[in-house]
Design a protein around this ligand. Structure first.
Ligand SMILES: Cc1cc2nc3c(=O)[nH]c(=O)nc-3n(C[C@H](O)[C@H](O)[C@H](O)COP(=O)(O)OP(=O)(O)OC[C@H]3O[C@@H](n4cnc5c(N)ncnc54)[C@H](O)[C@@H]3O)c2cc1C
Length: 416
């Protein structure tokens, strides 16, 4: 069916990609219905212990700009100009992300960003949000999506018309495509989990440099902290599930306290609520989802984490999902039918999402270990000097974070 002939587009999932996509499609004149399983975040409070803040970089900013929402989002963002590496003895060194003042990344609250995007989408004519609607796959006919109202339990259907599934890493729509043998999936779980904790403010102010992403790299594991506008930091511990130095070993308050005091003494001193939070906050799992077959007959397309969830170590999952949205809009100018558009989207995006999936895994090693290595630091300084002198030389990290015009697949072919 031609793009213009459809009555509207359904989006499943009003997370980061779904809400941005709703704005972009509505601005192109489409009627958009967004189905989201959670309650309306403009009324409900955010879940505790979820990834509270995240790094926003140039690829994500490009998507926000295209949707015309950058100005309403950036007041929420705190620039981070480098990583502050905290060594075991308490020494801390700032390693700059870029060589130019504008080469910074931003810490932003996931919940606040999502809320602003939903607010902006809801203001547009033609966008309708249906919250508390859980999609659980296709109904008996394959072009009908099935939903359950989470309050009343009522089951209802929506014609695919088409539908774009942005229902995240655990996507139900992806599972339905797999069941119909349209998609194949390979899940690559990471053997490290994470837990989010807080470094509170002192007198309403940040207790460390607010314009840095703080890392306590310890070889096999690490703690990181990103600033929030209220003076707090959200800290995240990444640690093996089992074995030596693992979540499995941290069973009681004494274990947790001893581990933090031994491995992260400078951070431990800033975390008075550590023990309460440790037992209240969930232990999250991480992994990469490799999917082939992102679309069905011009009726359904997977986008964002639903198509390609990655580990968070390059801070690119959301950025890549926003880039998906921008790229889909660009391709809409080149395609007249949904089936061709969806096919081209997977064809062009998959090599790029495969590339960032790999680079994200590699970056875990860099963040938790290499940044401590004097040889790594020497090479990084050399690369910075070269970049200042030669504008054609752009290190791989900068290409990912600051150069959205370079596709991820091309970045990966650059020596690291
Ligand atoms: C610890 C951690 C840190 C991260 N840090 C960063 C970072 O610094 N920078 C970065 O760019 N990325 C980061 N990410 C990745 C980022 O969170 C994701 O890539 C991003 O949220 C993907 O957006 P999405 O819209 O595809 O999925 P999501 O944001 O997960 O949204 C999915 C939405 O679909 C809804 N939904 C799910 N199932 C259904 C259903 N069956 N029916 C209806 N609705 C449904 C959900 O409720 C949700 O609202 C991090 C991830 C983790 C886990």
């Amino acid at each position: 069916m031609s793009l213009a002939a459809v009555p509207g587009v359904n989006i499943v999932g009003a997370g980061l990609a779904g809400s941005l996509l709703a704005i972009l499609l509505a601005r192109r004149g489409f009627k958009v219905t967004v189905y989201e399983r959670r309650p309306d975040p403009r009324i409900a409070t955010a879940e505790r212990g979820r990834s509270i803040n995240m790094a926003l970089a140039a690829r994500g900013i490009r998507g926000l700009k295209l949707a015309g929402v950058l100005e309403r989002v950036m007041p929420l963002a705190i620039p981070m100009r480098g990583r502050m590496v905290h060594e075991h003895d308490g020494a801390a060194e700032l390693q700059m992300y870029g060589v130019r003042p504008e080469e910074v990344i931003y810490s932003i609250s996931r919940a606040d960003l999502n809320r602003r995007l939903i607010e902006a989408a809801a203001e547009l004519p033609g966008v309708e949000f249906q919250f508390g609607q859980m999609c659980f796959g296709f109904a008996h006919e394959k072009n009908l999506l099935e939903f359950r109202d989470e309050v009343s339990g009522r089951i209802h259907h929506a014609a695919a018309q088409p539908s774009i599934a942005t229902d995240g890493g655990g996507s139900t729509v992806r599972r339905a495509l797999v069941e119909r043998e349209i998609a194949t999936v390979r899940e690559e779980p990471l053997d490290h989990d994470y837990k989010e904790l807080t470094i509170p403010a002192r007198d309403g102010k940040h207790v460390m440099d607010p314009n840095a992403l703080h890392i306590w790299p310890r070889g096999g594991f690490m703690l990181i902290a990103l600033p929030n506008p209220d003076g707090t930091f959200t800290a995240t511990l990444f640690l093996a599930r089992v074995g030596q130095n693992s979540f499995e070993q941290l069973q009681n308050a004494g274990d947790v306290d001893g581990f933090f005091a031994r491995e992260f003494p400078s951070a431990r001193a800033l975390m008075p609520e550590l023990l309460r939070e440790w037992f209240e906050h969930p232990q999250g799992s991480l992994g990469t989802v490799h999917t082939r077959g992102w679309h069905m007959d011009g009726e359904v397309l997977l986008l964002g984490d639903a198509a390609h969830a990655i580990v968070p170590f390059h801070g690119q999952g959301m950025n890549c999902a926003f880039e998906d949205c921008a790229e889909l809009m660009r391709m809409m100018d080149e395609h007249h039918g949904w089936a061709g558009l969806f096919e081209a989207f997977e064809h062009e995006r998959r090599p790029n999402t495969d590339a960032i999936a790999r680079m994200a895994l590699e970056n875990y090693q860099e963040m938790r270990q290499a940044v401590l290595d004097p040889e790594y630091r020497r090479k990084k300084k050399e690369a910075e000097e070269l970049e200042k002198k030669d504008p054609n030389f752009i290190p791989r990290y900068s290409q990912v974070m600051f150069h959205p015009e370079i596709p991820y697949s091309r970045v990966m072919s650059t020596p690291n």
